[in-house]
Write a protein that binds this ligand. Structure first.
Ligand SMILES: [Zn+2]
Length: 302
């Protein structure tokens, strides 16, 4: 059965990554053992999760025994229920937030379309919140440990033998901190830089190859310091939102075409969220005062 909507790449022997063509270039992964497989994240749409499952179970002929969620966001964890019988592994907070915010978001999504009709929230069965756990899949060792920043529940999954890191959303073409914390992200990115990796599968976007990792990390670190600087500058003004709205993604060193063109929007949310994390709610912009209060719920979208 050939992939229809999901792009598949072989990252190392028995290690695959999948990328969505339809939703924000979100990624997933799989590590295949001789008698069962592990899936890392589920992508956004049920058809995409099913395509991954069919590839592993029908083409490669092994059942999926474990699903690891890098974090609780919809495009990484809502497909858990489509891997029937699999044991789900995640951060303790991922379990808590899927059970609360996740259920609320799913109800909202269901009211808006029929896409998620067949989706039920399946909470991680195995959870941890500090240290690391490892999972042996055939000859491969997967190490899982917290890698916060994009969200406090983000996990990194390292295939030790291949030095391939599934980073979750702490590593993206444009860092996204709206549901997370900038200092945690800086620390996580620096940690990744010291790991001696062959490949990084980012939570969204293309695989980062060995020779590109340092450059990509540097760009992300400098973007984060650029937005911090911008937010500080804005905070000195009477109407900080006026200033924040003018700061483009390019000025902070990134292109708006990233993540399927979502970059500009994610960037604007980053600025506003970082401002609020440091200074609290800003006074309304002098020009448009209706824009601020009707902010959509977005924490489950990437
Ligand atoms: Zn996310």
């Amino acid at each position: 059965m050939e992939g229809v909507i999901v792009q598949r790449e072989r990252v190392a022997e028995n290690v695959y990554s999948f990328q969505s063509d339809v939703y924000a270039q979100v990624t997933a992964g799989a590590v295949i053992g001789p008698s069962w497989a592990v899936v890392i994240d589920t992508l956004a749409l049920p058809e995409e999760s099913l395509e991954i499952r069919d590839f592993i179970e029908q083409e490669l002929q092994v059942p999926v025994r474990y699903v690891i969620n890098t974090h609780y966001h919809a495009d990484h964890a809502w497909g858990n229920c489509l891997f029937t019988g699999a044991t789900v592994v995640g951060h303790t907070l991922a379990r808590e937030w899927l059970d609360t915010r996740g259920r609320v978001s799913l109800e909202n999504a269901r009211r808006q379309s029929t896409t998620y009709r067949q989706i039920r929230i399946i909470l991680p069965h195995i959870t941890f919140s500090e240290g690391s756990i490892s999972l042996r899949v055939g000859k491969k060792t997967l190490s899982l440990w917290p890698l916060p920043g994009h969200s406090a529940d983000n996990l990194g999954i390292l295939v030790e033998e291949d030095r391939v890191l599934f980073a979750g959303d702490v590593f993206m073409p444009l860092p996204y901190i709206v549901d997370g914390n900038i200092d945690d992200m800086l620390a996580s990115l620096k940690k990744i830089g010291k790991m001696g990796l062959e490949n990084v599968v980012q939570g969204h976007g293309d695989i980062v190859l060995r020779g590109e990792i340092d450059g990509a990390l540097k760009e992300n670190l400098s973007y984060l310091s650029a937005i911090r600087k911008a937010v500080r500058k804005a905070a000195r003004r009477k109407y900080p939102l006026d200033i924040l709205e003018e700061i483009t993604v390019e000025e902070c060193g990134k292109s708006r075409v990233l993540i399927g063109g979502l970059a500009e929007e994610l960037h604007n949310r980053n600025l506003r969220s970082l401002y609020e994390q440091i200074y609290g709610k800003p006074p309304l912009a002098s020009t448009d005062d209706d824009d601020y209060d009707d902010e959509e719920e977005y924490e489950d979208e990437s």
